[in-house]
Write a protein that binds this ligand. Structure first.
Ligand SMILES: [Zn+2]
Length: 118
């Protein structure tokens, strides 16, 4: 290392004392794994329209699952051409598939949670 006090270069792993100015220079190595939580989300839709709605739509990303009280990765695909709705919810921690939906879109919309009444 280079002594910040006198700019003398020496190996402080053997002796922390600078041989030139006698000041201690202890370098600290940090071996910590930093768990960075990145919230990613993506969405898209096709320009082609079916009944004035995009023929294909998808959305995915992290969201808080209130039932589990932790982050989950939720993705869904809407296919209006084939009348298909698919949804996957994956646990962010265990990567376990919590929920999977694969059903006709028309059936899904009649569930009620996709179409909230005002
Ligand atoms: Zn020094």
């Amino acid at each position: 290392m280079i002594c910040p006090f006198c700019n003398f270069e020496y190996d402080n792993s053997i002796d922390p004392d600078c041989p030139k100015c006698n000041r201690k220079n202890i370098s600290v190595s940090i071996n910590a794994t930093i768990d960075v939580e990145v919230d990613l989300s993506y969405r898209g839709k096709s320009n082609e329209k079916v009944n004035k709605r995009p023929s294909f739509e998808f959305k995915g990303g992290n969201e808080l699952n209130h039932r589990l009280n932790r982050k989950v990765d939720r993705t869904y695909h809407i296919d209006r051409v084939n009348d298909r709705y698919t949804e996957n919810v994956t646990d962010k921690v265990t990567h376990e598939l919590i929920q999977t939906v694969d059903e006709p879109l028309s059936k899904h919309l009649n569930h009620g949670d996709a179409k909230k009444k005002k």
